[in-house]
Design a protein around this ligand. Structure first.
Ligand code: PEP
Ligand code: MG
Length: 918
């Protein structure tokens, strides 16, 4: 559900002028599930359940607008107090008692509830309305002294901690001391008298620590609690959580004031959680936990063991049957898996919360198709119920679920995958061991830019500190490496080269560990890895229609079919060889959007390239090119054959030539050593001179792309000839080659015109010499701001544009990717300057704006201009939606990301025709 979260915006608060008409408080009877922006998720759903006639304790919600006003100005909006009073009056009338009334008090809970769930991040205060006076009234009404005093001590404790900022340990210590004095182990064994004494003690703690008495006025309790919920939006942990989850900072939280119901009034009371179907598999059934004689926080605290929800049938059949009925109502109404919190007070069932429940990636696909089969949703809606990130997760190899494993601990699932290797505790060892063929897992407390080489060498990275935006997490995700970070229960001792897990298990350097970047789990020893069934399916090795077809695969197959049916964007692959091209085709690619030819200049051909670079005379250079020509041609023949009938965009050489020469330091040392031995090698000397000559301070902005084509005679024309001859050969073999020639790094139309003219001449020569009619489209990459800004002119000479958003992001931001990602991106992410790296998700406001404008300008010049993107963003879910919106014809991405791009292109298309998605 990321539709409203723009990761690139450092959100500033929009101040809404508090006019008289603004309504800040909504009774539960007034809201509905679609008002999440205003009432938060909890408030909107409580209102929805109220309107469905379900048993929700009466109450009201204070809007996120009120919170935003408070956070902006430091004061509650002027009208809030009166509105709260009016709603409280109405609530008191409904309940037949007043807040904090001495002989029979109405008690309320004050709970936070933002648009997006932020579990445990913000404040809640229960039992508001209890005081020295009303506690006796509650005791009398409930006929249970113990319950009343226990409720009062909980209020002072919670209020003291969250509202008055008293150190929570002081209350916990006092509670422990009371248990010790009484020689009991659990607080349920404390009696009314003990709890009464504890209340006195707690009040003293408040007085000493907060410098004020615990407020006896119930309205003051409520107002202070509401304010503290507002303020809890901006605690450090809440901010950090939002950054990690990409939740905008300017949403604010709503506050729910709800009449209290009690699950701790004896064995005929209790509290529980339930799911309408299994959030792990999607199967329907009775899933949940119940705890008798308990309040909500007891379940979380794990003081006593819960029982499976099914046991409630024996404990309280009436409530159980009613709950099952309500769960069915909710599923049918929300048309989705719901999770529920409920309380039973002396045999009366109350619904405290519901929401569309979180689920695993596999369950998301299964549930979406199950709901289609049940007739609850249509195919367009099913597409909105899954996303590309979930599909990507399903494609990683996974640890074999059947294997016997010993779990060492668990951290944050920072970058998915399953990695196995020997534990190493520094980058030097990681590199050394991996060079000798060992697989290693780099284990650090946290990583820093010095660890980069070690991270590259490792199979996976494990850290004991840092969250989803820590250096390790960001860099690992960027590299597609498995990473578990922030596994705090694991003690990492890099000096002694060991890790200690809970229970004293020690992992020494060299011991094998396995890490699961999709769950955050860390295991001792080698856990066997199995390929994902979803990849087996895309590879064509598993068939969705087979009798024994995996249920998940069948669901993925159906959803992919919906996506393919509705999407407008075509999906191509970035692939440089026949093997990748064939895989891409199996994965559904509709062509190649980027064939990077530099990979064809490496290996054994490097020597020829060296000769080309070192050539002093024209004939030397021509000889080198002549040698390269047939090899290049063969590369293209294979590629066109693999992609027969589909377009293949071949990019002429892009990187600076020195990338094909030896490393400057290594070569200098070699030459110096040879000189000292007096056996200098002439070739090495010439190479060294060339390396010096071609050395650039800033190669990314140097002699590369079209610039190479313009200054190295014959280089681009050799490549064009190879493409044309290969196409002719394929045609002669009755193939259907659809080659497109792409010129990289163009900044001005003049560059393109020159290269184009030369290319056309070569193509004409090939047509002439082979007698084969060829139609080769010529186009360019848009990778420089100037190219984007002059797209109208460039389109005069280009039949297609392919946005190279990797370079375009570098040049628009002035970032050198390799340098900045490892050095300061973590800091930028932590400071919220951007929510996600602009190399991962397109920066819509900056880079995206250039793309959008260039699309318009290019099409104005040439209405049939073909438009695509081949930067990494072509496979990024959120970016795919953007490219759909700006009207590109296709996205191109690495073969493994093709299914994700297909799915997201389908989601973008069905979303924009307006489906009833959440
Ligand atoms: C790009 O710049 O987006 C691109 C695809 O080119 P490369 O990544 O090869 O520089
Ligand atoms: Mg580029």
């Amino acid at each position: 559900m990321s539709e409203n979260k723009d990761p690139h915006v450092a959100h500033t608060s929009e101040t809404t002028a508090a006019t008289e008409e603004v309504k800040f408080v909504y009774d539960f009877t007034e809201g509905n599930k679609d008002l999440k922006d205003l009432l938060g998720g909890k408030g909107a759903n409580l209102a929805e359940m109220t309107n469905l006639g379900l048993p929700v304790p009466p109450g009201f919600t204070i809007t996120t607008e009120a919170c935003k006003t408070y956070l902006d100005s430091g004061e509650e909006p002027a009208a809030l107090r009166d509105e709260v009073s009016a709603h409280l009056d109405a609530l008191e009338k409904k309940m037949g008692k007043k807040l904090g009334q001495a002989d029979d008090p109405l008690l309320v809970s004050v709970r936070s509830g933002a648009k997006f769930s932020m579990p445990g991040m913000m404040d809640t205060v229960l039992n508001i309305g209890l005081s020295d006076k009303s506690v006796t009234g509650l005791a009398k009404q409930s006929g249970d002294d113990r319950f009343a005093w226990d409720s009062y001590r909980r209020l002072i404790q919670m209020f003291g901690k969250t509202v008055l900022g008293v150190d929570g340990d002081l209350f916990e210590d006092a509670l422990e001391a009371a248990k010790k004095a009484k020689k009991v182990a659990v607080d349920t064994d404390l009696e009314a008298g003990d709890l009464k004494k504890l209340v006195t003690k707690f009040k003293k703690i408040v007085k000493t620590e907060a410098g004020r008495d615990f407020p006896q006025d119930p309205r003051e309790q409520m107002d202070l609690a509401i304010r503290s919920v507002f303020e809890s939006w901006n605690t450090d942990r809440a901010k950090l959580y939002r950054r990690q989850e990409r939740i905008p900072h300017d949403l604010g939280t709503a506050v729910n004031v709800c009449s209290m119901v009690f699950g701790n009034l004896g064995p005929d009371s209790g509290t529980g959680v339930a799911f309408t179907r299994d959030p792990a598999s999607g199967h329907q059934g009775v899933y949940g936990d119940y705890l008798q004689n308990a309040q909500g926080e007891d379940v979380v605290a794990g003081i006593r063991n819960t029982v499976p929800l099914a046991d409630l049938e024996q404990i309280d059949k009436k409530s159980y049957d009613q709950l099952m009925q309500i769960m069915e109502t909710l599923e049918t109404h929300y048309k989705d898996l719901c999770d529920i919190e409920f309380t039973i007070e002396r045999g009366q069932l109350w619904m405290l919360q519901t929401r569309v429940g979180k689920r695993t990636a596999g369950a998301a696909f299964r549930i979406a198709t199950q709901l289609v089969d049940q007739g609850l949703i249509d195919e367009a809606e099913a597409l909105q119920r899954v996303n590309g990130a979930q599909l990507a997760q399903l494609m990683f190899p996974r640890f074999d679920a059947d294997s016997k494993v010993q779990q060492l601990g668990r951290g944050i699932a920072a970058s998915p995958g399953a990695a196995v290797g020997k534990a190493v505790f520094d980058s030097y060892t990681a590199i050394k061991w991996s060079r000798s063929g060992e697989k290693v897992i780099l284990i650090r407390r946290e990583t820093n830019p010095d660890d980069l080489d070690g991270m590259i060498a490792a199979e996976g990275i494990l850290t004991s500190r840092g969250g989803k935006t820590s250096h390790a997490a960001v860099v690992a995700r960027g590299m597609g490496k498995t990473c578990v970070c922030g596994a705090e229960e694991l003690e990492v001792d890099t000096k002694r080269r060991r890790l200690t897990a809970p229970g004293g298990i020690v992992v020494e350097e060299g011991d094998v560990v396995s890490i699961d970047g999709s769950t955050g789990k860390v295991y001792l020893g080698e856990v066997p890895v199995v390929p994902s069934p979803v990849v087996e399916y895309f590879e064509g090795r598993m068939h969705a229609g087979a009798d024994d077809a995996d249920e998940l695969v069948a669901a993925v197959h159906r959803i992919m079919a919906y996506a393919d049916r509705v999407r407008r964007l075509r999906v191509r692959a970035n692939a440089d060889n026949a093997e990748d091209a064939l895989r891409a085709r199996r994965f559904g690619a509709q062509g190649i959007g980027l064939c990077r030819t530099e990979h064809m200049f490496l290996g054994e051909r490097r020597e020829m390239v060296e000769r080309l670079i070192l050539a002093d005379a024209d004939d030397e250079r021509e000889d080198a090119l002549k040698e390269l020509l047939p090899l290049q041609k063969q590369d293209f023949v294979e590629l066109f054959e693999a992609m027969d009938g589909l377009p293949v965009t071949v990019r002429l050489l892009d990187p600076p030539l020195h990338e094909f020469l030896p490393d400057i330091t290594e070569l200098s040392v070699r030459v110096a050593l040879a000189e000292s031995r007096k056996d200098s090698n002439e070739n090495d000397l010439r190479l060294l001179q060339a390396v010096h000559r071609l050395h650039e301070q800033n190669p990314m902005l140097g002699l590369r792309g079209v610039r190479l084509g313009l200054v190295i005679p014959g280089l681009f024309t050799m490549q064009v000839r190879a493409i044309a001859e290969a196409a002719a050969e394929r045609k002669n073999a009755k193939g259907d080659p659809r080659a497109e020639i792409m010129i990289p790094l163009v900044g001005t139309v003049q560059e393109l015109e020159i290269v184009r003219e030369e290319a056309e001449q070569v193509i004409a020569e090939v047509i002439e010499s082979t007698g084969v009619e060829l139609k080769l489209a010529l186009g360019t990459m848009i990778e420089l701001p100037r190219a984007a800004l002059t797209a109208d002119q460039i389109a005069e000479a280009a039949e297609f544009f392919s946005f190279g958003t990797n370079d375009l992001t570098q040049t628009v931001w002035g970032f050198s990717r390799d340098d900045v990602e490892a050095s300061f991106f973590t800091a930028y992410l932590e400071k919220g300057i951007f929510g996600v790296s602009p190399f991962e998700t397109i920066d819509k406001d900056g880079v995206g704006k250039l793309v959008k404008d260039a699309v318009k300008a290019g099409r104005a010049t040439r209405p049939d201009l073909k438009l695509g993107v081949c930067g990494e963003h072509g496979g990024d879910p959120e970016s795919v939606h953007f490219f759909h919106e700006v009207g590109l014809d296709y996205v191109s991405c690495s073969p493994f990301r093709i299914p994700v791009a297909r799915l997201e292109a389908g989601r973008a298309a069905s979303h924009s025709v307006g489906s009833d998605h959440r």
